[in-house]
Design a protein around this ligand. Structure first.
Ligand SMILES: [Zn+2]
Length: 149
């Protein structure tokens, strides 16, 4: 049976109550689909403002201008445009395939179906980074503000 490891549980514990509820339900759903859904874990939930600013700085100069698009991993500067990670309403996940960390889009998409269904069942709206138009962020999910209680 798939279950969160201690490290994933510790990370999940930094999230909002609503987020935790969705993730636990998503793990149950992934067990129901075990034959075709990979095992998965949690990479990150809550971020401090400093951690968000450090991520925003990647691929940018000191004024925030993009100098290396390939290195840009977020459009949230942490102050004027906060990340859902700063309020504990976002999660980054990864797949475990043959006991190893794996972020292949096909695996993340299977995990996404479990998370999206869990949110839907619980009456929440979840956004998946794999649907972003600006850039692909298949590991990322966040609760929409109206549901983020
Ligand atoms: Zn994220």
């Amino acid at each position: 049976m798939y279950r969160f490891g201690n490290t994933s549980l510790k990370r999940l514990g930094t999230g909002s109550a609503a987020l935790q509820k969705v993730l636990h339900r998503a793990m149950e759903i992934s067990n129901e689909r075990k034959g075709y859904t990979p095992d998965w874990g949690i990479a990150e939930v809550l971020r401090t403002q400093k951690q968000q600013q450090d991520r925003y700085a990647q691929g940018r100069d000191d004024d925030g201008n993009v100098v290396n698009q390939a290195k840009v991993i977020t459009y949230c500067d942490g102050i004027n445009n906060k990340s859902y990670h700063q309020s504990g309403h976002a999660v980054d996940v990864f797949a475990y395939v043959n006991g190893k960390y794996n972020v292949e889009p096909c695996n993340l998409a299977l995990i996404a179906t479990c998370l999206m269904q869990a949110a839907s069942e619980l009456g929440m709206t979840f956004e998946w980074g794999g649907h972003y138009r600006t850039f692909y962020d298949g590991c990322h999910f966040n609760l929409k503000p109206t549901a983020a209680v």
